[in-house]
Design a protein around this ligand. Structure first.
Ligand SMILES: *Cc1c(COP(=O)(O)O)cnc(C)c1O
Length: 482
């Protein structure tokens, strides 16, 4: 019998814990290229079965030799990836082992209730309306899709148009409004929903990238018919936060729906120390957020919250075929709140983290990352010719070295191959920049200091390759940012 290789589970457990305990010692960044990886993983598809144990052994070898980039390690500062808390991984393992479909209450009452509890806790933690409905899609992109589908339903139903039945052809036109620096996934969602991303009305932003309320008012005043305003908490580069309270008030004056992209930034609402940054956020109509970034649960796990549960449900599942049970009040059927039909119980790691950390622990996780970012900012300012490009409000800082884009790109390239730490690049208002994102519970002050030393060394190296010596001198923006 080839199916019952239970020892592969023990082996996987041993390799997984080895990997996690050794994370700090592994090189941060890929050490093997495609060719080596294909050699390890590829070849012709086997005609005959082998043991599961052998397959798991091979996977372990791929990570050991193939150097899978440790994007979840404590000195990975690229993108906004987040780490994973041990209890979240443990819960996720159980989700796989139990393999219960988290779609309907009667498929797994335990999962349905855990998901309901996680939903209520999230509303409380983020200070969102307690009557709101909550779904757990794969990520923030699908959270946008779900929320904007709910918005589309409600705005068109108010004009007597049944969009679920009749679609968009001939429907009253809905205007999508977003800030100039909205995340690209807002555009994905508007595309999927048939609005067309090219039709989005763009609102001007200030020099930190925040939507300007006066500009929003002007766009709304010129707009005919229903509108959806997409505001942002936590720009993917700078962490900048739109003035969401004011945006909600202006948009609601015009009868528009307000959707918040708070993929990572919305977690600021969970911190009493940072909550003021997002004041008024509870007045929006829908929110999209990720758990797989700042809450440090494994991929993939997003959160969608809608202040209008009937619209939310109508957009997802408003008719049930005969083989599905009728809706029973008090019993959660997840298929009413996400686009998926069959799905894994991805909400369980969220429940486990909230149950374990409590409100205080989540606040500390968020604040700890912000403190690490401030430590980065202060340390970067001590590197000659480093220039910070944003006001540090959350967990993001951008830095640039010297006046030449190539210099900054060369520093990033060196760091990405250093094995010590990993940073990504970006373009900020036309200038090359290095992004620093701290979203991992494991990152310590020491990790930050080690990374800062590596950055300084990389800058010195790049200078040296141009025959220039890196000399300390009063930093150009020390006065600006101190
Ligand atoms: C990451 C991110 C998204 C997309 O989230 P996914 O979970 O990758 O779908 C959207 N908006 C912002 C601001 C983000 O940082």
């Amino acid at each position: 019998m080839i199916y019952d290789d239970w020892t592969s589970l023990d082996l996987a457990y041993a390799h997984a814990t080895d990997y996690l305990h050794g994370l700090r010692k592994r090189p941060v960044g890929a050490t093997a290229g495609t060719e080596e990886l294909v050699k390890l993983l590829g070849g012709p598809m086997p005609a005959e079965p082998i043991s599961g144990t052998a397959t798991i052994e091979l996977l372990e070898q791929v990570v050991a030799e193939g150097g899978i980039p440790t994007a979840s390690g404590p000195r990975y500062f690229g993108y906004v990836t987040g780490g994973t808390l041990p209890v979240a991984i443990a819960a996720d393992w159980l989700v796989s082992a139990w393999d219960q479909t988290a779609s309907l209450y009667n498929l797994s009452p335990a999962i349905a209730v855990a998901e309901h509890v996680a939903a209520q806790w999230i509303l409380e933690l983020l200070g969102l309306p307690e009557h709101a409905s909550v779904g757990f899609p794969t990520g923030c992109t699908m959270a946008h899709l779900t929320a904007l589908a709910a918005a589309r339903h409600k705005l068109l139903a108010e004009l007597d148009w049944d969009v679920e039945r009749d679609g968009l052809p001939g429907a009253p036109r809905i205007t999508i409004i977003g800030g100039a620096l909205r995340h690209i996934t807002i555009d994905f969602a508007t595309r999927y929903l048939g609005f067309g991303s090219g039709n989005t009305k763009v609102v001007a932003v200030d020099d930190e990238g925040r939507m300007r309320p006066d500009a929003l008012r002007q766009v709304l005043a010129e707009c005919e018919g229903p509108a959806i305003v997409c505001a942002q908490i936590g720009d993917v580069n700078s962490g900048a936060i739109d003035p969401v309270g004011e945006i909600c008030d202006i948009a609601h004056e015009y009868g528009a729906w307000v959707h918040i992209d708070g993929a990572f930034g919305l977690w600021a609402a969970a911190s009493p120390a940072l909550r003021h940054l997002v004041s008024g956020v509870e007045r929006a109509d829908s929110w999209a957020c990720d758990a797989h970034k700042w809450l440090n649960v494994p991929y993939d796990c997003g959160i969608v919250v809608v202040a209008h549960p009937e619209a939310h449900r109508a957009a997802m599942l408003n008719e049930r075929p005969g083989y599905l049970p009728a809706r029973t009040p008090g019993e959660r059927d997840a298929i009413e709140w996400v686009p998926d039909f069959s799905r894994r119980a991805r909400s369980l790691p969220i429940w486990a983290v909230l149950r374990t950390l409590g409100a205080k622990g989540v606040a500390e996780l968020v604040e700890r990352c912000c403190a690490n970012t401030r430590r980065f900012a202060e340390g970067l300012l001590r590197i000659p010719d480093a220039e910070l490009l944003n006001e540090v409000v959350l967990n993001q800082v951008m830095v640039r070295f010297g006046d030449d884009d190539e210099l900054t790109r060369a520093v990033i390239d060196r760091l990405q191959h250093s094995g010590c730490c990993w940073f990504g690049g970006t373009v900020w208002y036309g200038r090359a920049a290095m992004r620093v994102s701290t979203v991992n519970w494991q990152t310590t002050e020491e990790d930050v200091d080690v990374a800062l030393a590596a950055i300084r060394a990389a800058v010195a190296d790049v200078y040296a390759s141009d025959g220039v010596e890196l000399v300390d001198h009063p930093n150009r923006n020390e006065a600006l940012h101190s």
